[in-house]
Design a binder for this molecule. Structure first.
Ligand code: TRP
Ligand code: ZN
Length: 856
């Protein structure tokens, strides 16, 4: 059935729910196609509902979708209910009352992976954002919080829900969660699972049982995740003073999952790719990502669960804050500089294009049609940047005091961004009215700098601008924290980092008492998510690359030089800048620098970043030319470094037993960068050796990539498949890598052929994304001039939409940059967008995304 005409929901329309829910009892009788859900819900008038206190509403609406209503009573009397595709309306008595209902649902037929569904014979749930309404009738909104008692009947050895276990017998289990929660945090799992168990003693001495539940065969991939969980629990006590609050913390790994993981109270559910790890099957980056996601979901226990969101417009209240917290955790575990650099790379790759294209929306949006479409890089990553700026502006101590006040004041609340900012205002006495624009204005501000040098004084004049968009038609200047330091001509720092606070459209700051003209190191640590335009000379940038004491800006200097030389190569046909190559040589061979940092200096801007830069400079990006320029530059780097590469490779091979820690990962990253450059001219000889000797996935996969790029991958691709055909997560890498590393000319064909592989299970989101996110991210391959990449993706999105609208809609963002390209590609992309939009019964999710993309 086609969704009703798309409705737009507005933040300004918020009203409290007329009732509170005092308790919820749920009873599940599990059956693949006919699960029965009985509910007993105690409603009472909501004292804050002020619409008309003398005339409380006489009818009640409950959300409900795809439910077969078996029976419903209020206070024991059968009710007459008006049922639509979105829910049910019924007459209710005055005062408190008890609602009882029984519904039937079809978990095995649920391919959308929202609500109760099945994955490999196991039952599991995903209720955020609005999945609970597919389980039973309920006021499915985050400001309705209640305590849940859940009984599960089923023939499975493991029957789990939120909270603490009350009774467990052979084919039944009863759970009670004492913490009031919104329905989106409800979870249930039933299956034939094995537990990897451990314990954590909280700082007040309470013992918490920890279990990581996996399918039989995956027991050997649990240890790392468990350690990450214990590290996260300890870190949140030490850094934020937050202790865990149940006797039990369970994590379950699920193969079919739309996102990374979900923070359900006491019962986190994880995409198996976001928790299962082992030396043989996971890369160092997989380990790092798993550690971060486990921390993220665990940290939600306070920022999200104990304090939740009043409505979905406040999503960044929990997501921005929790991403910020997990990034602090990773920085503490693995090193601040490298974490900051990789976060900024990611922000520029995913959030900037969103913020500068047709999908731009504020960190706190004011309207939406489908909330699932707003789990975006803007809400998560820019949301975290906004909190980082707030901390920079108020200082570490005030940040800590304000957050403590937030926990004290709002524990148990469904809160808003206003509540969040108020604790900072109350702690510091600051007026955050202007700062709040970071939450309400869409788009990436541009920041221009001009320098004036006279009589021992350097004056920096900054000008900010924000393009008007339909989301933000009349942009106002924002508060921008500018971390600035000065590097003298001899390479010594002559002024330490100082945070300047910019509030006006244009503002000057003066540094005096300088004997010689220094080079300004601006936006240190990427102190604000803006596009900086600082007209430095090549020599000044080379100076920062060699001497900046701020590691982020040191990396940034190299990145900017790389980008500039690539742009010159593309636009003017020049050769790679020798000053850049020399600077690179010096940094890469500087043994005092962390190998991970040196590996990052060696990684070039992505093709999509260059496309953005070209577009910003008023040019039309040509994907093939960008690709060719990157290849030419890589050849030049390989030549420039040829005297040091073999040593760089050898010196960074790890001889100790494998560990996925920061030190070893950094060395492997640098050795693999060297391998990749060496493989450009040795026909894959060294890569073949590494492939054969590898005892870990990091080295095996990197070697395979080099072999494919050298045109020598065929045998290794076969061998890899033979070795790993029974491991889904490794096979996802196998599918993805072949597309990633394909020649631009063939990428669409490689992807199309992979869809014919017997293991291309397209209903599994991980497998679908392995092929198609890789294609969408293969810049020159996806944008093949024939339009074959666009067409292939569109074919498969049309096929996936009725099965899994959420994943389909997310992947539509591949088309968001269509306006940047030449007329022909624009038309080809638009034709595919229109073709998908013309598909009968297209989901609300996909319709909203493509309509925004095509109108924007
Ligand atoms: N709250 C989850 C997180 O950030 C995100 C999430 C997991 C999600 N699964 C989802 C959001 C499904 C929407 C739909 O950790
Ligand atoms: Zn989250």
């Amino acid at each position: 059935m086609r969704d009703a005409a798309p409705q737009t929901i507005y933040l300004s329309d918020y009203t409290p729910y007329p009732w509170t829910v005092e308790s919820v009892e749920l009873h599940f009788a599990l059956d693949p196609h006919a699960t029965r859900v009985r509910s007993t819900i105690r409603f009472a008038p909501n004292p804050v509902y002020v619409e008309d206190p003398d005339a409380p509403p006489s009818t009640m609406f409950l959300h409900g979708e795809n439910l077969k209503l078996i029976s419903a009573q209020i206070n024991g009397d059968p009710v007459r209910a008006e049922v639509t595709s979105e829910g049910l309306t019924t007459d209710v008595p005055e005062g408190a009352f008890t609602w009882e209902a029984e519904v039937e649902i079809d978990p095995a037929g649920n391919t959308a992976l929202e609500g109760l569904y099945m994955s490999n014979g196991m039952y599991c749930t995903q209720c955020e954002a609005e999945g609970f309404r597919k389980i039973t009738y309920y006021p499915d909104r985050p400001d309705v919080m209640s305590v849940f008692t859940v009984t599960i009947e089923g023939p499975h050895p493991v029957l789990l829900s939120n909270g603490n276990p009350l009774i467990a017998s052979k084919h039944s289990a009863k759970w009670y969660d004492p913490w009031p929660k919104p329905a989106y945090l409800f979870a249930l799992v039933a299956g034939d699972l094995v537990a990897h168990s451990d314990r954590f003693t909280t700082r007040s001495g309470r013992v918490v049982d920890l279990n990581l539940y996996v399918r039989e065969g995956d027991e050997g991939k649990c240890a790392f995740g468990m350690q990450a969980l214990k590290d996260s629990m300890k870190w949140d006590e030490d850094v934020y003073g937050r202790e865990y609050d149940l006797e039990l913390f369970n994590i379950v790994a699920v193969d079919d999952f739309n996102m990374g993981a979900m923070e359900n109270k006491g019962l986190n559910i994880f995409n198996s790719s976001a928790v299962l790890a082992s030396q043989a099957t996971s890369t160092d980056s997989n380990f790092e990502r798993i550690e971060a996601i486990i921390a993220h979901e665990y940290f939600h226990n306070w920022t999200g669960n104990r304090i939740t969101c009043r409505d979905w417009f406040q999503l960044c209240l929990k997501e921005g804050l929790t991403v910020f917290r997990d990034s602090q955790f990773t920085a503490d575990m693995r090193g601040e500089a490298v974490k900051r650099i990789s976060d900024v790379i990611d922000l520029r790759a995913r959030q900037f294009p969103e913020d500068q294209g047709p999908l731009a929306h504020p960190v706190r949006p004011e309207s939406f049609q489908e909330i699932n479409n707003f789990y975006t890089a803007t809400i998560y990553e820019k949301g975290a940047e906004v909190i980082r700026m707030l901390k920079t502006l108020v200082g570490d101590q005030a940040y800590s005091d304000a957050v403590t006040l937030y926990f004290d004041r709002h524990d148990g609340d469904a809160a808003t961004i206003e509540d969040w900012l108020k604790v900072f205002e109350d702690t510091t006495g600051r007026d955050l009215t202007q700062f709040k624009r970071w939450y309400s204005q869409a788009g990436t501000p541009r920041l221009k700098v001009e320098e004036d040098w006279a009589e021992g004084a350097l004056t920096l004049t900054f000008t900010q601008s924000l393009a008007a968009t339909s989301a933000t038609p009349a942009p106002q200047p924002q508060v921008i924290p500018l971390a600035v330091g000065l590097i003298g001509p001899d390479g010594a720092e002559v002024a330490e980092t100082r945070v300047l606070e910019m509030t006006e459209t244009s503002q000057s700051f003066k540094f005096d008492g300088l004997s010689e003209r220094p080079v300004a190191s601006i936006l240190r640590g990427f102190s604000a998510p803006v596009v900086l335009e600082q007209p430095l000379t090549d020599a000044q940038r080379a100076h920062l690359l060699a001497h900046d004491t701020d590691p982020f800006n040191r990396w940034e200097a190299g990145e900017t030089m790389a980008r500039n030389t690539l742009l010159a190569m593309i636009l003017e046909g020049t050769r790679p800048d020798p000053a850049y190559l020399r600077g690179l040589h010096a940094v890469v061979t500087d043994g005092t620098l962390d190998p991970a940092f040196r590996a990052m200096i060696l990684s070039l801007p992505r093709p999509s970043d260059l496309a953005t830069a070209l577009h910003d400079a008023g040019h039309v990006p040509e994907p093939d030319i960008i690709h060719a320029a990157l290849e030419t530059l890589r050849d030049a780097i390989a030549r420039e470094l040829c005297d040091v590469l073999p040593e760089l490779y050898e010196d960074n091979l790890v001889t100790e037993p494998y560990a996925p820690d920061a030190i070893q990962s950094g060395k492997r990253a640098l050795a693999n960068s060297a391998l990749s450059l060496l493989s450009r001219s040795d026909d894959g000889k060294l890569a073949r050796e590494q492939y054969d000797a590898a005892d870990n996935m990091t080295q095996q996969l990197a070697a395979l990539a080099c072999l494919i790029r050298a045109g020598r991958g065929e045998a290794a691709i076969k061998a890899f498949e033979e070795q790993w055909k029974n491991d889904r997560l490794v096979m996802d890498k196998w599918f993805g890598l072949q597309v990633n590393e394909a020649d631009p000319e063939d990428a669409h064909e490689v992807a199309a052929n992979l869809t014919k592989h017997p293991d291309f299970n397209w209903k599994n989101p991980n497998r679908f994304r392995a092929v198609f996110s890789s294609l969408a991210m293969h810049h020159a391959g996806f944008h093949h001039a024939s339009g074959a990449g666009y067409k292939l993706l569109a074919d498969w999105l049309i096929k996936l939409d009725p099965v899994n609208p959420q994943t389909t809609a997310r992947m539509c963002s591949a088309f968001q940059t269509w306006k940047r390209y030449d007329r022909s590609r624009q038309e080809l992309m638009r034709a595919q967008v229109d073709r998908i939009l013309a598909t009968p019964d297209l989901s609300r999710d996909t319709t909203e995304m493509l309509t925004r993309i095509s109108n924007g």
